[in-house]
Design a protein around this ligand. Structure first.
Ligand SMILES: O=C(O)CCC(=O)C(=O)O
Ligand SMILES: [Fe+2]
Length: 267
């Protein structure tokens, strides 16, 4: 579990993504996999099942102090994410963001897209580990390197103009899937990414499965300008909101994500 934080930071700033094959190896990978199956089969204290359309998912609770303490003692999945290099990385990349307040395990087995091409409505730094060898055939995570910069500017102006951050149009029509690069890699690979980069869970071929664990650190959102803060609620939530008009001009092909909470950055 070696991570050179300077290199990862440089990758993240340039591309929005950094990939590390062999991050988890050998016995530890087997332990993570066994624990994953246990949690998927049954909830226990501090571990809850959550809705996940292309398959099944569980959440390891880390945002409650006592459950966090319990999970850091008993869960090797939680411990794989809670370490000093990841903490250091998160605080350098997203200063002030709480460290890994969410941790999710997902098992996809339906032959359908895991997600649309999107950026998360709330910006996060995510750490994702493949538990299986993963290729485009079984829904590999995919990403457009460098796309985080445009989203960041779009998000900043949207918020300043009075847009409701969780309502920012954030998904692209399916023809944009041709633009994403599939991250095909072995079990035990760590992918660190800025969710402002355009990304998608791939499309599973019939009969394939994919298992992934991931943790997220959510950035603080931009503050709106004083004047837009005073906007009446009805205008804020209508097509007259200056942010909505801006979005139509700046990012005309974007629309709101349908489906998973992950696209909202909340899981
Ligand atoms: O599961 C995937 O491959 C994509 C997930 C995603 O969109 C996210 O974690 O923000
Ligand atoms: Fe996402």
């Amino acid at each position: 579990m070696d991570l050179n934080t300077d290199h990862v930071l440089a990758d993240l700033r340039r591309d929005g993504i950094s990939v590390h094959e062999g991050y988890i190896a050998g016995g530890l990978l087997d332990e993570l996999s066994e624990e994953f199956e246990r949690y998927l089969a049954q909830e226990e204290e501090g571990v809850m099942h959550v809705e996940h359309t292309p398959g099944k998912a569980f959440r390891i609770v880390l945002d409650d102090p006592s459950l966090r303490e319990l999970n850091l003692k008993k869960s090797c999945i939680a411990s794989a994410f809670f370490n000093d290099p990841m903490k250091e990385l998160a605080s350098a990349y997203l200063p002030g963001a709480p460290f890994c307040n969410g941790l999710l395990g997902t098992n996809e087995f339906r032959a359908m897209p895991v997600t649309e091409v999107h950026f998360d409505t709330l910006q996060c730094l995510k750490f994702m580990i493949y538990l299986d060898d993963t290729t485009a055939a079984n829904g590999a995570f995919s990403f457009i390197p460098g796309s985080h910069r445009k989203t960041h500017a779009y998000r900043k102006w949207f918020a300043r103009l009075g847009g409701v951050p969780s309502l920012i149009p954030n998904a692209l029509p399916d023809e944009h899937r041709a633009r994403v690069t599939s991250i095909e890699a072995k079990a035990g690979t760590l992918i660190v990414f800025d969710t402002d980069g355009l990304h998608a869970g791939g499309v599973l071929k019939p009969g394939t499965t994919r298992r992934v664990v991931r943790a997220h650190c959510m950035a603080r959102s931009f503050d709106p300008w004083k004047l837009t803060e005073l906007m009446p609620y009805r205008i804020k939530h209508s097509g007259l909101n200056p942010a909505t008009i801006y979005s139509k001009v700046f990012a005309p092909s974007y629309r709101a994500t349908q489906g998973t909470g992950r696209a909202q950055g909340t899981t």
